[in-house]
Each structure stands twice: as C-alpha cells, then as structure tokens.
Design a protein around this ligand. Structure first.
Ligand SMILES: [Zn+2]
Length: 183
C-alpha cells in the first residue's frame, strides 16, 4: 500500500509541480519536486505510515499529524482509487503537502496550508487530467494552476479558493487556526 503513494509522489505529474505561494502574513513558500520526494522517502523509511480506514472508501485520503481519537500520528489514511485514478492520485498529492509541512516542522495559518495543498492538487490534475467531477476547492486549485502555467503566480483565483475554504462548514473547525508541524 505504501508503494501506491510513493509511486504517485515520484511520478511525472507530481515531479513537475513547482510554484511559489505568498501567504497572507507575507511569507513565501516554494513547493517543488523535492518536497514530494522527501515525503516519499519518509514513507519508505517508516517515518510516515500509510494505512486504510478512517477515511471513506473511494477517492479520499487524510494525513494525520498527531494522534487524535482513532487516528495515529504521522499517518496517511487512504481510500481506494476506484474509477477515477487521476483524481485519487491528486488527493494523495494534496495530503502529501500537509505531510511535507509536518516533516518540515512548519507553523503557518491552516488557510495557507490548505490553499497550497489545493493548488498542488490542481497542478497535478492540470497535468494528468481530471477523470471525474471534483469539489469546488479542487476546481479553484485547477484555475490557479492554469494561471501558474501562464506565469502568473498572483492569480486572483487564490482569493476565491481561500473564500471557498473559509465558507465551507467542513473546514470551520480549524481553518482560522494555525497548522503546527511537529516533524
Ligand atoms: Zn487538506
């Protein structure tokens, strides 16, 4: 199961991801091939676990930073790819962004962390092609990715993406808080 994730993180579409993101508080983050290689390496040597369960079957995944209820620390929970392998792989890329910031012990607003994850996911889908319908945030991430491809890293879609995150009840419990990576 580990290999499913490792293969995605090392594949052509993921390794092409390369962009900078300016956060609300003025920090600039560079997201590139190396970040995904580091996460793949951490999965390979067991610093990050990959497990089934917790998330619903299908095109879903969730990275757990620290132990919380039935979720273990440093664990990427994955569903099954079913009939939309590209969207499934893009979800793994999204969750690996969270894992990468955790490995790097990064502290930052959750809003920026999620926005970056959706943009990386959009970059993956722009390259690989979306093979099913996707959620609003994924579509907005794709729009940002299109602008990035045109050389515009100040895309107006980034604000739309942040608004969509702030207004989605799913993100309410934490989106205004800080992401605290602990390695
Ligand atoms: Zn996320």
């Amino acid at each position: 199961m580990k290999q499913i994730v490792i293969d995605v993180l090392r594949n052509y579409h993921t390794q092409k991801i390369n962009f900078t993101y300016k956060s609300t508080n003025g920090w600039t983050y560079l997201i590139c091939a190396n970040d995904f290689r580091h996460v793949a390496g951490a999965i390979e040597d067991g610093r990050i676990n990959v497990a089934r369960g917790v998330v619903p079957a299908g095109v879903s995944a969730e990275y757990s930073i620290r132990k919380n209820g039935n979720k273990d620390a440093n664990t990427l929970y994955i569903g099954q790819s079913n009939d939309a392998p590209n969207v499934f792989r893009s979800v793994l890329v999204h969750e690996s962004v969270h894992a990468s910031f955790d490995l790097g012990r990064i502290q930052m607003p959750w809003l920026d962390n999620e926005a970056i994850a959706y943009i990386a996911q959009g970059c993956y889908l722009l390259s690989a092609g979306a093979d099913s319908k996707v959620a609003e945030q994924v579509l907005l991430g794709l729009k940002v990715a299109e602008d990035l491809q045109q050389g515009n890293n100040q895309s107006l879609w980034i604000d739309m993406l942040k608004d969509a995150l702030l207004n989605d009840p799913h993100y309410k419990p934490y989106i205004n808080g800080d992401f605290m990576g602990d390695g």
